[in-house]
Design a protein around this ligand. Structure first.
Ligand code: ARG
Length: 280
């Protein structure tokens, strides 16, 4: 099976509202640069043998580039996001269509529960690690896990810069996980330390460059520029970082992982972890 990732071209990307501490409407996006940065990531996926599927960008939904927030996926099931902020709720109907068109069985949570998809829900092996504190409600975790029929743990995020779990936590495989300890409540950090065989601790200033907002592919880890500062621990775990300039997307509080929703997880996703070839 071919590994595949869902992306969305930044045609309508911009900073039109402020829903996280990185966003400032006064700071304009350089559109040509955003396109070039997006394109470089897209090309790296293609070079690594990943199939990139493209969601249709919608005018007036500037954060649709961040496909990670569409839903959490496991095998052929999807739990659709209920965005916390009204500014992003208009995306939901489009994500449902994009996922149904690709054969997913799309489930919804009760409207009252906020849940922001793979931005706040990441698998380490077969267990779903779910974040809460800023966007996703803790009470959404159990119903999400029930729909997907997986085990889960809840992790409390405490630093508003790391408002989604994928900004401070990145499973590389079932053993190795990148995480910024400062982003988590002490009890949640204990849970991580108990459950993760090899935790690669990321200093908060490196994480603030969105290094943890990363995509493992085979033995590579794609991320923003500060991933270079993790070269030694990544090497020790058998990985090579591939840094990408993501400056225009950092203005919106997003990096490599936010721009990429792996379309396979569970059995479907094994290919993404293990079969991707190094660039030729
Ligand atoms: N501006 C977007 C928001 O605040 C960024 C989303 C980043 N996505 C992610 N998976 N962390 O919702």
């Amino acid at each position: 099976m071919t590994a595949s990732v869902l992306m969305c071209r930044p045609d309508h990307f911009g900073i039109e509202y402020e829903i996280n501490p990185w966003m400032h409407v006064a700071v304009k996006v350089d559109h040509a640069l955003a396109e070039a940065q997006w394109d470089a990531l897209y090309r790296t996926y293609l070079d690594l043998g990943v199939e990139v599927e493209l969601a249709t960008p919608v005018a007036g939904l500037p954060d649709m580039v961040f496909t990670a927030n569409a839903a959490v996926l496991w095998d052929d099931r999807a739990v659709l996001s209920n965005f916390h902020h009204p500014e992003r709720q208009g995306e939901e109907v489009h994500w449902r269509q994009e996922l149904e068109r690709r054969g997913f069985d799309v489930h919804e949570l009760p409207r009252a529960l906020s849940f922001e998809g793979a931005g706040d829900a990441l698998f380490v092996g077969d267990r779903l690690f779910c974040g809460y504190g800023f966007r996703t409600d803790r009470d959404s975790h159990r119903p999400v896990a029930r729909i997907l029929e997986v085990d889960f743990v809840s992790l409390e995020l405490i630093d508003p810069r790391f408002y989604h779990l994928d900004t401070c936590f990145c499973p590389l495989d079932a053993t190795n996980v990148l995480a910024a300890p400062d982003a988590f409540a002490p009890e949640s950090l204990r849970v991580i330390r108990d459950l993760v065989p090899n935790l690669i601790e990321v200093p908060v200033e490196v994480a603030a460059g969105f290094a943890c907002n990363a995509m493992p592919l085979g033995r590579h880890v794609l991320s923003s520029l500060t991933i270079s500062q993790l070269e030694a621990p990544l090497k020790a775990a058998g990985y090579t970082p591939i840094p990408h300039a993501m400056g225009e997307f950092l203005k919106a509080g997003g990096g490599v992982r936010c721009l990429s929703l792996p379309l396979g997880d569970g059995e479907r996703g094994k290919a993404l972890d293990h079969d991707a070839e190094p660039p030729g």
